[in-house]
Design a protein around this ligand. Structure first.
Ligand code: ATP
Ligand code: MG
Length: 422
């Protein structure tokens, strides 16, 4: 036997046994997104490396050490997308979608980050991504957050809570950055290696550090909220008032800065206490400067990304996944002529009963084997087609989940009879 090929570490198969929760989430999410006027778009999984460097920022975990970057046969440096916002912004620019127009867009697909795999943290993982382009907010920020709150309700998920913050304009941040750098330099001894490296390039990211040893140091740092410009203050106040008016509960976390460089003003994160260390399920914010940074015309924008695996895990834990649909009819076949006739009968039933699951016994087998398969399939009815039934122009119908006996039914009346039994 030749050696088995292993899956790539941190990249998972979603097996049929688990797909129900994914499909349930996708169905509910699609409905919620569409009810707020978001339209689906699909962008490539691979983009020029430059796109991510310019948008996410050089001094971020993602760009520094998590990207799957390679040279293609034409010599271009390409990267498997680590997130979707950059690609969606790129698509809006390359397709001439902006020009003062407004768009609400959503996207679902796999992202790739070379992180240390653990529960809830994978190297290929899926995200829902929503982006509203051309809306300065804060009304759209409120609506976007209300949409996420509605999604949790529709999914019957309760163990999630919302934290919000404002990062102000880039000028306000530059101002704050100087103060923060001074504070962090004065406490350099307490910083870990990553943070020391970021001190010059991206000191705000240090606030995002999850190192327990640095917690006290971070708690003592100056607060960005004390440096906000008046417009951002007003924007943030309106965001809070909008959420209050809708009854969406939140907590203001002045240390929430988010890992990516392109955010401005609103940032938010939904966290859960049900998944251990991987507690972020949905994170987003406003990124008014990103599209200009990528060569597009100035366009206000806000969006979020939601980790599908983490939400699926919450759904499984909460037991709020509807059971998978079983096939409804299993056709048991006995005899040579019946073997030849059965496929045609199965096709006729699929024509007459669209949307019903019709399984035809494949690969022969005696009655006992076929009934065992019928039982395992979860089907509610067995149809028995044998040569003797064929001679009489009937099939036998036998309920599998009730005690009722088997009855003969003329082939021409089968669809109506089955429909009345299901
Ligand atoms: P974390 O703090 O968990 O690293 P993040 O801030 O890097 O998250 P984002 O880049 O904002 O996350 O991505 C949005 C969402 O995608 C996260 O809230 C999380 O649910 C999910 N996510 C991020 N990285 C991973 C991963 N490696 N595996 C699974 N899900 C992930
Ligand atoms: Mg991360």
């Amino acid at each position: 036997m030749s050696k088995q090929i292993q899956p790539v570490r941190g990249m998972n198969d979603v097996l049929p046994a688990d797909i129900g929760a994914w499909q349930h989430l996708e169905r509910i999410a699609r409905g919620v997104f569409e009810s707020y006027g978001y339209a689906e778009l699909r962008v490539p999984i691979v983009e020029h490396t430059e796109l991510f460097k310019r948008s996410i920022g050089e001094y971020t975990d993602i760009v520094e050490k998590e990207m799957y970057t390679f040279q293609d046969l034409g010599g271009d440096s390409l990267t498997l997308r680590p997130e979707a916002t950059a690609g969606i912004a790129r698509a809006a620019i390359s397709n001439g979608m902006l020009r003062g127009a407004r768009h609400k867009l959503w996207c679902l697909g796999p992202m790739f980050r070379h992180e240390r795999p653990q529960k809830g943290r994978y190297r290929q993982f899926y995200q829902f991504d929503l982006e509203a382009l051309g809306f300065p907010g804060p009304d759209v920020d409120v609506e976007l957050i209300a949409l996420t709150a509605r999604l949790w309700r529709a999914l019957q998920l309760t163990r999630v809570r919302l934290t919000i913050n404002s990062l102000g304009t880039s000028e306000a941040r530059a101002n704050y950055r100087t103060q923060l750098q001074a504070y962090l330099r004065a406490h350099q001894g307490g910083l870990d290696e990553d943070s020391r490296r970021r001190l010059d390039g991206n000191p705000l990211r240090i606030l995002d550090s999850k190192q327990p040893a640095m917690r006290a140091l971070i708690e003592g740092a100056p607060l960005l909220s004390d440096y906000l410009d008046p417009e951002s203050q007003a924007h943030f106040a309106a965001l809070r008032a909008g959420l209050d008016a809708l009854g969406v509960a939140y907590e203001v976390n002045p240390r929430l800065v988010r890992g990516l460089d392109y955010y401005s003003r609103t940032v938010f994160e939904w966290v859960t206490d049900a998944l251990g260390a991987q507690d972020a399920v949905c994170s987003g914010g406003r990124y008014d400067g990103l599209i200009t940074q990528l060569g597009g015309e100035p366009t206000a924008a806000v969006g979020f990304a939601m980790g599908v695996e983490r939400v699926v895990e919450l759904l499984l834990q909460a037991g709020s996944v509807p059971p998978a649909a079983a096939p409804e009819i299993y056709i048991v076949v006995n005899g040579e002529r019946a073997e030849r006739e059965a496929p045609r009968l199965a096709e006729q039933l699929r024509d007459a009963l669209p949307g019903r699951g019709v399984l035809l016994n494949l690969g022969g087998g005696n009655f006992k084997t076929q009934f065992r398969r019928a039982d395992r399939s979860g089907a509610r009815l067995a149809l028995i087609l044998g040569d003797s039934e064929l001679d009489r122009g009937v099939a036998a119908v036998k309920p599998l989940r009730r005690e009722d006996g088997q009855i003969d039914c003329p082939l021409s009346e089968l669809p109506a009879r089955i429909a009345s039994l299901l």
